[in-house]
Design a binder for this molecule. Sequence first.
Ligand code: BGC
Length: 247
Amino acid sequence: MKVLGIDVGGSGIKGAPVNLQTGELIAERYRLATPQPSVPDAISDVVAEITEHFAWKGPLGCTFPAVIKKGVAYTAANVDKSWLGTNIEELITTKTGNPALLLNDADAAGLAEMQFGAGKGREGVVIMLTFGTGIGTAIFIDGKLLPNTEFGHLEIRCKEAEHQAAARIRKEESLGWKRWVERVNEYLQRMENLFWPDLFIFGGGVSQKQKKFFHLLKTRTEIVPAQLQNQAGIIGAALAAGKHFKR
Ligand code: BGC
């Protein structure tokens, strides 16, 4: 089965049709800039443009960096507040003319890594983390996702973790890798003391620069870099939609 996966991020919106059996992208990824302000109408127009680029007719999965329940966004930490309470699924279904499924971006990346990447075949408690504009989390128990966890907002010394240790903060505060990883380590250690996971998967765009910092990470839990890099969201969105519309 083939499903179109679309990943909505803070700076870019990317999509590609995905072969659900192999997890491979069937066509070259198409990326457009995230419109500013990132309001519902503007973003769903870009999603529709990506759908048209592939002349897509069929189910599509789309990620969004927020809590999503039955197509509705319940949080808007790093996107325009007008998303709150918006049924994105309905909006995208109407604009694209295709059946759409919406899900949290980190959940999508985690689903892809568990099926085709760093978490393949791993049982027990696996925590996928995405370090980007914010910190996204996806928790798996024997391969099954607990959706919409928001542990990027865990408070550490009275400040949200993602405001201290997201990849964006490293750039904004011009932190060296060592100083940034000190913050990441504090966060990871907090997470492992709360969840006692069997595996951490370290994802987000920054995981592509793992040579610069992975050796500095200090956890008692096994920690591995994500393998699907900037395709994880696209693949996971397609997987989730494929499963949903097969029912
Ligand atoms: C949002 C999450 C999202 C994460 C990564 C956080 O600010 O609350 O829903 O998964 O950023 O984009």
